[in-house]
Design a protein around this ligand. Structure first.
Ligand code: URA
Length: 435
């Protein structure tokens, strides 16, 4: 077999066989197929697409390109949750201790921030001493002991995707449905959970900006998970404005803690309860949505979800007291309001721009190796549909450097559209996709 022939076949609109995809992924992973040939192949796939069986084969080959985690010695049905990424998306921080408090074993692999979107691992590092660099053995033991563990993606998990993603990132071949679906699902399948609940974001802060594209991605991923024998369900949720009010690592941790204390923003609580309900049902802990929702509300009311978060932080080296004293989390030195220049209603927020404001403040990485500032970010005071008066704060900005504060402020004001027409609030949950 020759890579040249496979590139030509795909370029001319042919479908690759399972054997051809295996050859290509194996060769690329071990370095026998060079980046330039793989780049040409990615561009051919970008234009010609892949059919269902090609996408399944690509997903499975990437999943098998490294370690497939065996979680069989963890008792119970393991349920993973994955978000396609957004702004202010601190869902895992609140949701995983909630479901763990209800006896759902959480063995989760999380990532760091990417572009304008934040990552769970960066947020968790706001807890002094906390580490996701734990061994597989510790990971499994901890889930058996306290019901929850989160680790970073190891170099051995789906290495083909790691290499391929880096290549796609610089060859303008990221936004293809089959390539995104296989990239995400290869990692999820390799991470070993029995059931997968996906949160597919849609809107200006998401990877997929159009609702129809987000639903198509959700369908594709549900199909891949189901074909691989994992119970898979996707919730398509709004990312046309930030989730909750907090954007920035420690600020989002505080909002997640507030939520576990029963003081969460309405949209964020709704998302946690919706995703949580599917996780609890998939794990066999509740037999209806109503029952699952009641259980999730109760674990907040009785403090068991908050206690689970403290246990989890402590088990991975962090200071559990910070869960009860979030005012001791990293604090920015400059706190300033961003004032509305006019009266009216918030019509629109360009969501990815708000993520970029946090990035400019130092809350995200400009380059792969940038060190992030955990304390900076924004707390929104006004969201879409809210009335605002001249001089009222639209948000409070947390910074450590004045030049970054000014740059973020200017960008923030451009992201808001305010005028006199009243606006109806849009639903957070756009739909559910299941097998
Ligand atoms: N996230 C991934 O892991 N892969 C993609 O292709 C896009 C988003």
């Amino acid at each position: 077999m020759r890579m040249y022939d496979l590139i030509m076949k795909k370029r001319n609109g042919g479908a690759l066989t399972e054997e051809e995809i295996r050859y290509m992924i194996n060769g690329f992973t071990i370095g026998e197929i060079p980046d330039y040939q793989m780049s040409a192949m990615m561009m051919a796939i970008y234009f010609q697409g892949m059919n269902e069986s090609e996408t399944l084969a690509l997903t499975m080959e990437m999943a098998k390109s490294g370690d497939m985690l065996d979680l069989s010695d963890i008792k119970g049905i393991k349920v993973d949750k994955h978000s396609t990424g957004g702004v202010g998306d601190k869902t895992s921080l609140a949701l995983t201790p909630m479901v763990a408090a209800l006896g759902v074993p959480v063995a989760k692999m999380s990532g760091r921030g990417l572009g304008h979107t934040g990552g769970t691992i960066d947020k968790l590092e706001s807890f002094a001493g906390f580490s996701t660099g734990i061994s597989e053995r510790q990971f499994r033991d901890q889930v058996n002991r306290i019901g929850i563990a989160i680790m970073g993606q190891t170099a051995d998990l789906a290495p083909a995707d790691k290499k391929l993603y880096a290549l796609r990132d610089v060859t303008a071949t990221v936004d293809n449905m089959s390539l995104i679906a296989s990239s995400i699902m290869s990692k999820k399948l390799a991470a070993g959970a029995d059931a997968i609940v996906l949160d597919v974001k849609t809107g200006s802060g998401a990877f997929m900006k159009k609702e129809e594209d987000s639903f198509a991605l959700a369908r594709e991923m549900v199909k891949l998970g189901t074909n691989a024998g994992r119970k898979t369900i996707a919730v398509v949720s709004d990312m046309d404005q930030p989730l909750g009010y907090a954007i920035g690592n420690a600020l989002e941790v505080k909002e997640a803690i507030d939520t576990l204390n029963g003081r969460g923003p309405t949209d964020f609580v709704e998302l946690c309860i919706t995703l949580g309900s599917y996780m609890v049902q998939a794990a066999g802990k509740a037999s209806s949505d109503e029952e699952a929702r009641a259980m999730l509300a109760k674990c907040i009311d009785d403090g068991s979800a908050l206690a689970k978060l403290a246990d989890f932080i402590e088990a991975q080296g962090g200071d559990r007291e910070l869960v009860y004293h979030p005012e001791r989390l990293p604090q920015a030195s400059i706190v300033e309001e961003i004032i509305s220049p006019c009266d009216g209603y918030v019509q629109k927020i360009v969501c990815d721009e708000i993520g970029i404001c946090s990035l400019i403040l130092g809350g995200g990485r400009e380059t792969k190796d940038s060190k992030i500032d955990l304390s900076v970010g924004l707390i929104l005071h006004k969201k879409v549909g809210d009335a605002v008066k001249t001089g009222e704060p639209l948000a409070v900005i947390y910074a450590n450097e004045y030049d970054k504060l000014e740059a973020a402020k200017a960008r923030f004001l451009k992201a808001y559209t305010i005028n006199s027409a009243a606006v109806a609030k849009k639903p957070l949950i756009k739909g559910i996709v299941n097998a």
